[in-house]
Design a protein. Structure first.
Length: 119
């Protein structure tokens, strides 16, 4: 059974930084792509960043390019999202997700962690 558990959210002032973590288990890691998504109140969930579990090309939403970095730690089975230069518009519930390589459906989701950026 796949489990994804996010942590690291919180309240931060604009311009500050946070690092989100997603501890993963039950995945066939070498076949997986990991992603971060977010959903703000009253808005649809949106893509933030993706990375193949074994490393390689990362992708980012235009709104976070140059400020956020996604990475994996294979030894800890953990995916990170380093968020710098945070803006109030980054306020959202952030979710970790996993899908199989070559597929487009994100099958597995965590419960999410709240990030609130004050101005």
């Amino acid at each position: 059974q796949v489990q994804l558990a996010e942590s690291g959210g919180g309240l931060v002032q604009a311009g500050g930084s946070l690092r989100l973590s997603c501890a993963a288990s039950g995945l066939t890691f070498r076949l997986s792509v990991m992603g971060w998504f977010r959903q703000a109140p009253g808005k649809e969930r949106e893509f933030v960043a993706t990375i193949p579990w074994t490393g390689g090309s990362t992708t980012y939403a235009d709104s976070v390019k140059g400020r956020f970095t996604i990475s994996t730690d294979n030894a800890k089975n953990t995916v990170y999202l380093q968020m710098n230069s945070l803006k109030p518009e980054d306020t959202a519930h952030y979710y970790c997700a996993a899908r199989r390589r070559g597929y487009t459906t994100w099958d597995n989701w965590g419960q999410g962690t709240q990030v609130t950026v004050s101005s």
